[in-house]
Design a protein around this ligand. Structure first.
Ligand SMILES: C[S@@+](CC[C@H](N)C(=O)[O-])C[C@H]1O[C@@H](n2cnc3c(N)ncnc32)[C@H](O)[C@@H]1O
Length: 226
């Protein structure tokens, strides 16, 4: 069973052949890149911090973050490395500011090969395409893999209550989301419980985002450590 259109056989090859690297991450290129930069600046990201962009796509954020960060301080993962490489090739003002080695194919949120110097991470419009078990895995693996990680921002779609959970739900921006197929919605209480169980303290941020996504900001919880 495919969880999202991204898992359909040949999806990335066809899109890249047809020059659709912007469309398949959702379009709204400049606006969505700027929103993500704003989230990161609000989190206190500085040029000497090290950013991990999870599910980075064709570098809609990357093309801005790489300009802001010191060279070598941007890392990205995605289910398709070819998509990230296309972004590097055609969307960066100066592709030499980003080593290809910092673009890592990873569809299971293992983060193998990413620098353990990462201080900030963002996963924008990715868990919206996956069941909540993927959020859980990502949170657990982030906690394990990155000892210097200070903050993590991620987005999901929410259903307003348990009654709405099992039905198609129209988000503010018009996207219709579902419990059991993409785009997925979750209950806020399930997002909180998933984060807590994975050792994170998270809070919802009221920032308005494209397509009606909800933004969460998280820090690793040290409550149970003595
Ligand atoms: C809507 S796009 C968002 C891309 C990027 N975060 C942005 O905002 O520009 C969703 C991205 O998630 C990636 N993706 C889908 N399933 C994934 C998985 N299991 N692991 C990692 N990335 C995945 C897709 O390849 C795509 O680039």
């Amino acid at each position: 069973m495919t969880l999202s259109p991204y898992e359909v056989e040949g999806f990335y090859d066809r899109a890249l052949e047809n020059g659709k690297h912007r469309d398949i991450v959702g379009g709204r290129w400049d606006e969505t890149g700027r929103v993500q930069m704003q989230i990161l600046r609000d989190m206190g990201l500085r040029p000497d911090d090290v950013l991990l962009d999870i599910g980075a796509g064709s570098l809609r954020l990357g093309c801005k973050a790489i300009e802001y960060l010191e060279p070598g301080h941007y890392w990205a993962t995605d289910a398709s490395r070819a998509l990230m490489l296309r972004g590097r090739e055609v969307e960066l003002v100066d592709p030499s500011r980003l080593s290809e080695a910092q673009l890592i194919e990873d569809k299971t949120f293992e983060f193998v090969g990413v620098s353990d110097d990462v201080t900030h991470a963002i996963c924008f419009a990715v868990f919206t395409h996956l069941p909540i078990t993927h959020l859980s895995r990502a949170l657990k693996n982030l906690r394990r893999a990155f000892p210097k990680l200070r903050q993590f921002a991620f987005t999901v779609f929410l259903a307003p209550d348990r009654d709405a959970l099992g039905k198609p739900y129209r988000q503010k921006d018009g996207v219709v989301t579902h419990r059991a197929r993409a785009p997925y919605h979750f209950l806020a209480e399930d997002v909180l419980a998933t984060a807590q169980e994975a050792g994170w303290e998270i809070s919802a941020d009221p920032m308005m985002l494209p397509r009606g996504q909800a933004l969460y900001l998280g820090r690793i919880s040290h409550k149970d450590e003595s």
